[in-house]
Structure formats: structure tokens, C-alpha cells
Design a protein around this ligand. Structure first.
Ligand code: RB5
Length: 154
């Protein structure tokens, strides 16, 4: 899979760790920055990954900030993006099985290295179940289409 990883200043070390893990799992892992720990604004990095997931350039993305929350809010503004904030095995697995999440957001401040690696491994291997969950995703698409519709159109 082609998957980008980006962070803000709080997540640079975790970003490197996850890039290495994704490579070792056989994925094409792309570093969307930043490269130093200088203070940056998380929406800029959420945008670069989320727009490439939205336009189909990337299969998936991983976004890391202090809590994972700001990244998740920003990423979910992009059409077709289903970003989830994962903090344990269960949220990683259900984010894939039920929500078909294409972006995972992580907290660099709250999660230890071993847990982070486990969460990533589960998220990369768990599969979307479809069925009734597919119907629910379709309803999210409809909400998105309604919200993005030009009010002057028709
Ligand atoms: C940056 O201090 C912090 O606000 C950011 O990393 C993140 O936690 C935002 O949601």
C-alpha cells in the first residue's frame, strides 16, 4: 500500500518509528514531514496527507500530533477521508472493520512505542467488513455530498 506519514513537532520521533515499521511490513511509506522538531501547525500537515488520500494519490495516511485530535479534526474536512483517532487495539481494529478508516491519527504524548507499533500493525491488517457497515459509510458519503453541494446549483 502507498501510505504517507506526517506529524507536527510533537510527533516527529514517532513518525520516524512508524515509517520504518510500515517499510518493514512491505508498504511504500512516504514521509510528508516535518523533518525537524521546530514548532509547526498541525493543520498544514493534516492537509497535505488528507488531500492526497482524498484525491486517490495515497491509499492511506497516518497523522501524529500531541493528542491525535487536531489532526483528526482537520483531516476529516476532506471529501472521502475517514480519519479515526486510535488509542488501543480495539479502536485500531474497529476503525478498519466498521469505519473503513483511510487515515489513522495517533497521540505522540500518550502512547508508548510498543503500543504504537501494535496499533499500526492491527490497523494495517484488519479488513473492512462491508455489509451494514458499507451502508453506513454510504450515508456518510451522502451527508458529505449534501454539505459540499453548491447552494446555487439547482
Ligand atoms: C501542539 O501543542 C498540540 O496542540 C498538537 O500537537 C495537538 O495535540 C493538537 O491537537
Amino acid at each position: 500500500m502507498k501510505i504517507a506519514v506526517a506529524s507536527d513537532h510533537r510527533g516527529v520521533r514517532v513518525k520516524e518509528q512508524i515509517l520504518a515499521q510500515l517499510e518493514s511490513l512491505g508498504h511504500e511509506a512516504l514521509d510528508y514531514g516535518p523533518s525537524t522538531g521546530d514548532s509547526v501547525d498541525y493543520p498544514d500537515y493534516a492537509k497535505s496527507v488528507a488531500q492526497d488520500v482524498s484525491n486517490g494519490t495515497l491509499d492511506r495516511g497516518v497523522l501524529i500530533c500531541g493528542t491525535g485530535l487536531g489532526m483528526c479534526i482537520a483531516a476529516n474536512k476532506f471529501p472521502g477521508v475517514r480519519a479515526v483517532n486510535c488509542h488501543d487495539d480495539f479502536t485500531a481494529e474497529m476503525g478498519r472493520r466498521h469505519n473503513d478508516a483511510n487515515i489513522m491519527c495517533l497521540s505522540a504524548d500518550l502512547l508508548g512505542d510498543r503500543l504504537l507499533n501494535r496499533i499500526v500493525e492491527i490497523w494495517m491488517t484488519a479488513e473492512f467488513e462491508g455489509g451494514r457497515h458499507g451502508r453506513r459509510i454510504e450515508k456518510i458519503r451522502e451527508i458529505e455530498a449534501d454539505c459540499c453541494r453548491d447552494p446555487h446549483d439547482g
